[in-house]
Design a protein around this ligand. Sequence first.
Ligand code: SF4
Length: 156
Amino acid sequence: MESCWADRKTTKSPDLTHATLAKTITQPFLEIPMTCACSTAPTLIFPCSGGSDCGAVSDQAARKLTKDGVGKMYCLAGLGGDVAPIIANTKAAGKVLAIDGCNLDCAKKTLERVGVAVTAHVRMSDLGMEKGKTPANEANIVTVAAKGAALLAAGA
Ligand code: SF4
């Protein structure tokens, strides 16, 4: 693994100009793959990723949707932390899917707090899934992912 510049035995100082730092910091956030050749904006997916079993299912469903090419799981914590590049990229998304494990709607509310209206919202408790009774197994993950994909396809 490459060490950081401070660990390297060199007399050359790193380029810490504002322009270089800004490029370094913002570039990773901009590498969001497009999901549709006719669209210029990506579909972003935000699971609540809560500590409960339902939170785990929401997280795994978002990862499955990303793997299946439906959209790209993105960083809900970045919105909660007011991380400017993540908020900007989210506002530039073509569609936004929120997946919440229960009716507290943490993902949807976090998006709305920074001014992002969700295109589609999966609330797992509306699918009959209860916290403490919903293991993060294949069946539950597929059910939630399928609901999210269907809502996105319907544009709702
Ligand atoms: S929506 Fe429910 S399961 Fe998800 S983080 Fe919030 S309280 Fe936890």
